[in-house]
Write a protein that binds this ligand. Structure first.
Ligand code: ADP
Ligand code: MG
Length: 406
């Protein structure tokens, strides 16, 4: 594998570098609940500063739709970043407007940092229109001499700060992207078998798409989280008020057939935790995956976690595999009654004799929230969707633009 790395940029002394990080951390009421992605960004930021560069940092947070929204401000991130770097981090209250321009123009001497406000407050960042993305990227490019791409979690997106910006300036991958690629390559090039992939989480339609491509590469695919209900529905079971992608049921039926042809095991839950409503104080009960609507909550029952029997089955498969990639919490781990499935799977992953990788913003946050430490896993990837697309063997635009060859 090759990709342009920092050394390809030559001396950065006195230059202004614009760097795309993925600082998309969970924030609740203005408080960052997991700073893993900020920590993962530090090595490159420190490397740039130590070379005497002025560093303009850009990122997105959450999914605002092209306009400012206070709850998606990167303000709290600037403060945390400053603590972790132990350096001042100036913060601009817009992306490319007056505040950003003033801050960039007055960026003090060498090795100083400026964080611009959430890129997705500007419609140009994620626009489907190439010209709009280019126009926004050009405004970002005007701040700097060179571009460093280090937001691994977004390299599967053709967005202004990921793709077009890299075309406009001399550009290279940062240290986080290098590290991530090094680990993911081990998963794609002759993974030690058995190789299991565990999928969960709530971005169901995004993730269902990867299954078709993953099937030929793995020995078993374990399905939990929000997507399990579309699989159960594909088998003809009722799923109450649980998360369900009705229009994907036929696709899922196709996956089940394809898996059977390939001799790959798709392992589905046999029991689930069903709740009366979405909340930590909900009544809840464990039921067979076939009888979700037969609890006291009837058709309004919500499946919010895999059950204990399923967790034990999944843990057994994970512990006997030699390569495991896990993306997506098994249940609504943020609410204590629905965290056990995720906890069991995380515990099993720490026992893998081989390489066990956790990927995804919420999955990484989940293992830390449940008390696991980073060093208990082979690797915690900052990218969920990006990692999955990499494992599928797809070309990722944000890497292609950095001269990536497999
Ligand atoms: P990641 O960020 O790791 O890629 P996702 O963003 O796809 O994962 O999904 C994370 C979210 O999935 C969590 O907030 C969790 O509460 C939610 N989730 C997991 N299981 C369920 C379920 N059964 N119903 C609803 N939401 C779920
Ligand atoms: Mg997520």
């Amino acid at each position: 594998m090759t990709i342009r790395t920092l050394d390809s940029l030559g001396s950065l002394d006195g230059k202004t570098v614009i760097i795309r990080c993925d600082l998309n951390v969970p924030v609740k009421d203005g408080v960052i609940t997991d700073d893993g992605r900020i920590r993962a960004s530090l090595p490159t930021l420190q490397a740039l500063a130590s070379q005497g560069a002025k560093v303009v940092i850009v990122s997105h947070l959450g999914r605002p739709e092209g306009a400012p929204e206070a709850k998606y401000s990167l303000g709290p991130v600037a403060a945390r970043l400053s603590e972790l770097l132990d350096e001042p981090v100036a913060f601009a209250e817009d992306t490319v407007g007056a505040s950003a321009q003033d801050a960039a123009a007055t960026l003090a001497g060498d090795g100083t940092f400026l964080l611009l406000e959430n890129l997705r407050f500007n419609p140009g960042e994620t626009s489907k229109d190439d010209a709009e993305r280019r126009a926004f990227a050009q405004q970002l490019a005007d701040f700097a001499d060179v571009f460093v791409s280090d937001g691994f979690g977004v390299v599967h997106r053709k967005q202004a700060s990921v793709y077009e910006l890299a075309e406009m300036l001399p550009s290279a991958a940062g240290l986080l992207i290098e590290t991530e690629l090094g680990v993911l390559e081990k998963l794609t090039e002759k993974p030690t078998r058995p190789y299991a992939v565990v999928l969960g989480g709530s971005k169901v339609s995004d993730k269902l798409g990867v299954i078709g491509h993953l099937l030929p590469k793995v020995d078993s695919l374990l399905i939990g989280g929000g997507m399990l209900f579309t699989f159960l529905a594909a088998q003809g079971y009722q799923v109450g008020a649980s998360l369900l992608e009705k229009d994907q049921i036929d696709t899922v039926k196709g996956y089940l057939e394809k898996a059977a042809e390939l001799g790959v095991k798709i392992v589905l839950p046999t029991d689930v935790v069903v709740a009366s409503k979405f909340g930590a104080d909900a009544e809840h009960t464990v039921t067979s995956a076939e009888t979700i609507e037969e609890t006291p909550f009837g058709q309004s029952g919500l499946g919010l976690d895999i059950g204990p029997e399923t967790a034990a089955t999944f843990a057994g498969i994970i512990e006997s595999a030699h390569t495991v990639f896990w993306n997506g919490p098994m249940g609504v781990f943020e609410l204590a009654p629905f965290a056990e499935g995720t906890r069991s799977i995380a515990a099993a992953l720490t026992e893998v004799d081989g390489l066990g990788v956790v990927g995804g913003g919420d999955s990484a946050a989940a293992v830390r929230a449940l008390g696991f430490t980073d060093d208990q896993f082979g690797h915690i990837s900052t990218g969920g969707g990006a990692s999955l697309e990499f494992l599928e063997g797809k070309r990722l635009p944000g890497l292609d633009v950095l001269g990536w060859t497999a």
